[in-house]
Design a protein. Structure first.
Length: 190
């Protein structure tokens, strides 16, 4: 640990002054430099680093859970953490429903292990199989998630990541999801 810290301090001393800033329990390059936490190589342009937003929405498009990962991260790795982040649905007498009854996903989430984990949680997986013909009919339900992503992309702060720290960017993501819910509530009251 000490050798790594001395090496980073030496590189910072050779360049401009104060090139490392405190970030949690470690030192990070300052905001002007590329990279940052929760970034990875872009699958489209390998020269750029980016982030990926993962969403779990209800049938009307309201976000229930979200996460932020590096750009070239497999989608299926975030499926179970997203399901676990869904808050309790209150309002009925008795035991509140914690999880959705079924989950609709695209081919990126097709993996038998995760189908089995969803069934163990009492969730029916409706996931398109890889290497199957298109036209399964799931697009009639998947467009709702894509519309929610479009609502998020209306906020320029989420379209291009300017923040160095992932906590700040995830906070902006949470704020945008809250604004989507607020707008829906505001239109339903009028």
């Amino acid at each position: 640990m000490g050798a790594v810290a001395r090496g980073a301090a030496g590189r910072a001393a050779r360049g401009r002054g104060a090139r490392l800033v405190a970030g949690g329990r470690r030192l990070l390059p300052p905001a002007g430099e590329k990279g940052g936490a929760e970034t990875g190589p872009s699958p489209v342009d390998r020269g750029r680093r980016g982030s990926k937003h993962h969403l779990l929405v209800e049938a009307g498009g309201l976000p229930l859970a979200w996460t932020l990962t590096g750009g070239n991260r497999n989608d299926v790795t975030q499926l179970i953490p997203l399901v676990e982040r869904v808050p309790v649905v209150r309002g009925r007498v008795g035991r509140p429903r914690r999880r959705p009854a079924r989950l609709v996903a695209d081919r990126g989430y097709d993996h038998d292990k995760y189908r089995r984990l969803l069934r163990q949680r009492g969730i029916e997986p409706l996931i398109a199989r890889r290497q199957s013909e298109h036209g399964s009919g799931l697009g009639r339900e998947r467009w709702i998630v894509e519309r929610t992503f479009a609502w998020l992309r209306n906020r320029r702060r989420l379209l291009v990541r300017y923040e160095r720290r992932s906590e700040i960017h995830e906070s902006f993501l949470a704020l945008a999801c809250c604004l989507i819910c607020w707008r829906r509530l505001e239109t339903s009251l009028c």
